[in-house]
Design a protein. Structure first.
Length: 309
C-alpha cells in the first residue's frame, strides 16, 4: 500500500472473508477515530489515508476480486494499492471516483482580495510590494451531498470553478452546515507566501423518506391496524438499505422504534409508526371489522377524556 500496512484487510482489522457490512462498519469506526479534523496526533492523517485506501478497494466487488487474486486493485502489473488517496492534495483526474460538483457561493473579486494582506507580511527577496509576501486568502465552496453520501463518508472528487479537481476525504456522519478544510487549496500566496485554505461547507440534499435532527434520522413506518394491535416484525428503510424492526403489540401511530447506530455517525434511526387502514374493504374484511366493532369496548376518546379530568 502507499502508506502504512501492506495488507488492506489488516488495515481495517477484518478477515479476508469479511462481509461488506463488516468492512463498512470497520471503516466507519476507524475513520471517526483517525480523521485529521478530529485527531491531531502524529501519524493520524497517514493512518486515515491508509484505511481510506483500503476501504476504497474492498468496498468495490470488482476491485476486491482483483486485489484478492493479484495483490493489487488493478490486476497483473498494476502498482500496489492501485494508487493511494492523496488526502487534501490536488487530484490530476483519471476517474474512479464519484463526481460531486461544487459551486462557489456568490463571491466576487472583492472577496478574493479580502484578507490578502491580513496578518503581518514577511520580508522576502524581490516579492510583491517592495519585497513583502503574504498568505493567500481562504476560500469557501458548497459541497452538495445526498443523505446517504453524508452517512457513509469516503473519498469524493470535486470539481471547482475553473476546472480544478480535488480529492476530498469526507468523514462518515458529516452534518449539514459542517465545514471540511482543505489545507493549502485556497487562494495563492503573494511573493512566495503560502496558499490559503479551502473550506467546503456541506449541504445535504433533502430526502422525502427521511428527516434529520442533529445526528438522528427519522422515517415513517406504515403499519396495518392488526400489526399495530398484535405486534409484528416488518421491514423499514435505512440509509444503507433495509432492516427488520419489531413492532410491539399495542403500538399506535407516533410510537418511535429506535435502530441504534443507523443515523449519521453515531446517531440513531427512529422508525415512527403510522397506522394505515385500507381505503377500500372487500366483503370479508368489512364483515370482520364490523364484528370487531361489535365485540370490542375499546374507545380511545374515552381515555383522552379521563386524562383531562
Amino acid at each position: 500500500m502507499a502508506v502504512g500496512s501492506s495488507d488492506y484487510y489488516e488495515a481495517l482489522g477484518v478477515s479476508r472473508d469479511a462481509s461488506q457490512d463488516d468492512i463498512r462498519s470497520a471503516y466507519r469506526r476507524l475513520a471517526r477515530q483517525y480523521h485529521p479534523d478530529v485527531n491531531k496526533e502524529p501519524g493520524a492523517e497517514d493512518r486515515f489515508k491508509e484505511i481510506s485506501e483500503a476501504h476504497e478497494v474492498l468496498r468495490d466487488p470488482e476491485k476486491r476480486d482483483q486485489y484478492d487474486r493479484f495483490g493489487t486493485a488493478g490486476g497483473p502489473g498494476a502498482a500496489p494499492g492501485g494508487g493511494g488517496p492523496s488526502g487534501f492534495r490536488s487530484y490530476p483526474g483519471g476517474g474512479g471516483f464519484e463526481d460531486v460538483t461544487v459551486d462557489f457561493g456568490g463571491g466576487d473579486f472583492d472577496d478574493l482580495f479580502e484578507g490578502l494582506f491580513r496578518g503581518r507580511g514577511r520580508r522576502g527577496g524581490g516579492g510583491f510590494g517592495g519585497g513583502f509576501s503574504t498568505r493567500g486568502t481562504d476560500q469557501e465552496a458548497v459541497l452538495d451531498l445526498s443523505l446517504q453520501e453524508a452517512a457513509r463518508g469516503g473519498r469524493r472528487r470535486v470539481t471547482l470553478g475553473g476546472g480544478q479537481d480535488l480529492e476530498v476525504d469526507i468523514p462518515p456522519g458529516v452534518r449539514d452546515g459542517q465545514r471540511i478544510r482543505l489545507s493549502g487549496e485556497g487562494g495563492a500566496g503573494i511573493g512566495g507566501g503560502p496558499s490559503g485554505d479551502l473550506f467546503l461547507r456541506v449541504r445535504i440534499r433533502p430526502d422525502r423518506r427521511f428527516r434529520v435532527d442533529g445526528r438522528d434520522v427519522y422515517t415513517d413506518l406504515p403499519v396495518t391496524p392488526w400489526e399495530g394491535a398484535l405486534g409484528a416484525t416488518v421491514e423499514v428503510e435505512t440509509l444503507d438499505g433495509t432492516a427488520q424492526v419489531k413492532v410491539p403489540a399495542g403500538s399506535s401511530s407516533g410510537r418511535k422504534l429506535r435502530l441504534r447506530g443507523q443515523g449519521l455517525g453515531d446517531g440513531d434511526l427512529y422508525a415512527v409508526v403510522q397506522i394505515h387502514v385500507p381505503k377500500r374493504l372487500n366483503r370479508r374484511e368489512r364483515e370482520l371489522f364490523e364484528r370487531l366493532a361489535e365485540v370490542s369496548d375499546f374507545n380511545p376518546r374515552r381515555s383522552r377524556r379521563r386524562s383531562k379530568a
